[in-house]
Design a protein around this ligand. Structure first.
Ligand code: ATP
Ligand code: MG
Length: 521
């Protein structure tokens, strides 16, 4: 089944149920109306001569048009290229050229980002780029109007020529550990993954998903949008970009049953001064994913946000994305201490990165996964693809994990983030979890910094709770002595107001390492 066929099946089952709500503009669509608009846009793209396999870029904050383009391109078999809204000209030009985008759909501007000016700046350097359509201008209306002249049969013919394993999407990875890579994904990859993620949440057409996560990332467009439409659930867009207040307002006013977010988003919502004034009683479930979630935060999500059936997911762009997930009936221990167990129809194994042999349960190693979810490859980068997908089809994730006796997986960190101090392997995650138990610490991240004597030393970046006295390295040592092995106690402490982050809300530890060195002189 292709994404277009799947949408039409949902439309046939639930034509009058709400499909999409765009809170910023107040617009709403039922499934029947949504499909009609998707078809108009799809026919507009056909009128512009967009062929199967052509790359269509989307560079915009979250909005209804983003979703319409996602499904319209899927219906005509164009490959949607998700461009990160935080990109600036250099990265934009890279993404457009690397994937050969022919048509770009963009916003004019949002907050301080003047998208149109940036597009104008790079346009001359992007040889494949023929057309740019700006959302919210007459360009969009022209596109839709053009579609009217294309007979519906032409869309039907195109849809009939598509296959479920065609590439349909190029998604650039978050760029947490370096330059983003363009993962090429098929209908089969992402439609199935979106379906299973929300199937495991127990999603039905009664559900309403509040999605403050960016659509450009698989968390939004696959786990969110495809997850919703494959079950007839409703997509609620609280705002163009993450805003904790607008998110909770949307949950309250739209009676959302599910809320998605990376841990930093939930932290922002929970720490709003007026947090307790929101009515979140409609919430049942949701997803926390993308990076490790502190246990304390998870407990509050369950107990204070009413998300008793919240799930933790683990995955990566290259695997469509999710590989492991907690289940609805998991207890708090599993939901806080693990990232769940392997998804249906997928395999997961933990291997010694040196030998490639499976390690015993309880021993850390590199997590590898295999199955329908593994990407087709990095776009136009066969060598990089071969580095991560082996001949037997296993995707090597670069993440260190432990599989417990009960089959649940625990992520201990990225291979690249592991600190080796005097020959001891240290997983920053463990130190972070420990420091979170300090009553004055609001947020903490630990990285390794180069050291002549030990190779590396630990440096903790700490954001203090409001009004708390800043901690010193000495105070941290006092707090940890007797509780942590001496080599795991950070030598350096930096008190900061914020952490360098990707637009998906992930901490960029590479940048932290560089800055630590600068800040420590
Ligand atoms: P890049 O590959 O460009 O450096 P990235 O790996 O952050 O960036 P994504 O594909 O968005 O790009 O993120 C996948 C990574 O996020 C995983 O490899 C893993 O390190 C981390 N991750 C995802 N979910 C979880 C989770 N639940 N717990 C811990 N880490 C997670
Ligand atoms: Mg990655």
């Amino acid at each position: 089944e292709t994404i277009g066929e799947n949408l039409e099946r949902t439309v046939a089952r639930f034509p009058d149920r709400e499909a999409l709500v765009d809170r910023a503009s107040g617009r709403r669509w039922t499934y029947a109306q949504f499909d009609e608009d998707v078809n108009r846009v799809a026919r507009g793209l056909l009128a512009l001569g967009v062929e199967k396999g052509d790359r269509v870029g989307i560079w915009s904050p979250n909005c209804a048009e983003w979703v319409l383009i996602q499904y319209a391109t899927a219906k005509i078999g164009a490959i949607l290229v998700n461009v990160n809204p935080a990109y600036r000209t250099h990265e934009l030009a890279y993404a457009l050229n690397q994937s050969g985008v022919r048509l770009l759909v963009s916003a004019t501007r949002f907050k301080t980002s003047d998208y149109r000016a940036m597009v104008d700046q790079v346009r001359g350097d992007c040889s494949a780029l023929e057309t740019v359509i700006y959302i919210g201008t007459s360009d969009w209306d022209d596109l839709v109007a053009r579609g009217e002249s294309v007979p519906v049969d032409r869309l039907r013919e195109r849809m009939a020529r598509l296959s479920f394993d065609d590439p349909i999407n190029i998604q650039y990875t978050s760029g947490t550990t370096g330059f983003p890579k363009g993962a090429t994904l098929s209908h089969h990859n992402i439609l199935n993954n979106g379906f299973f993620v929300t199937e495991l949440l127990g999603a039905t057409e009664q559900d309403r998903f509040c999605l403050p996560v960016p659509f450009y990332h698989c968390f939004g467009m696959v786990m969110g949008n495809l997850g919703a439409t494959s079950h007839g659930a409703c997509i609620v867009i609280p705002a163009p970009a993450f805003d904790p207040k607008l998110t909770l307002q949307a949950v309250q006013e739209e009676r959302c049953t599910a809320l998605y977010g990376v841990p930093t988003m939930f932290i922002a919502e929970l720490t709003l001064p007026e947090f307790s004034s929101y009515d979140l009683s409609s919430l049942r479930t949701g997803i926390l994913a993308g990076s490790p979630c502190p246990i304390e935060v998870m407990k509050r999500v369950v107990n204070e946000m009413n998300m008793h059936e919240v799930a933790i997911c683990y995955g990566m762009t290259e695997t469509s994305p999710v590989s492991t997930q907690t289940r609805l009936d998991d207890d708090l221990e599993r939901r806080t201490a693990t990232v769940g167990r392997v998804h249906p129809h997928l395999e997961v194994k933990i291997v010694d990165p040196g030998t490639g042999l499976v390690v015993p349960r309880g021993t850390p190693g590199e997590l590898c996964t295999r199955g329908y979810s593994v990407m087709l490859g990095y776009w136009n980068e066969p060598d990089k693809t071969r580095e991560v997908i082996d001949e037997a089809g296993w995707m090597h994730t670069g993440d260190l994990a432990v599989m417990r006796e009960d089959g649940y997986v625990n992520i201990v960190g990225r291979i690249k983030d592991m600190v080796i101090r005097g020959g001891e392997n240290i997983y920053p995650r463990e130190i972070e979890e420990f420091l979170y138990t300090h009553p004055d610490i609001a947020e903490v991240q630990v990285v390794g910094v180069p050291d002549e004597k030990y190779g590396e030393e630990l440096c903790a970046w700490i954001r203090m709770k409001e009004g708390a006295e800043p901690l010193t390295a000495e105070k941290v040592r006092e707090f940890a002595t007797g509780k942590l092995a001496h080599y795991k106690i950070p030598k350096y402490v930096l008190i900061v107001d914020e952490f360098p982050m990707t637009v998906t809300g992930k901490i960029r530890k590479v940048e932290m390492r560089e800055k630590s060195v600068e800040m420590l002189g």
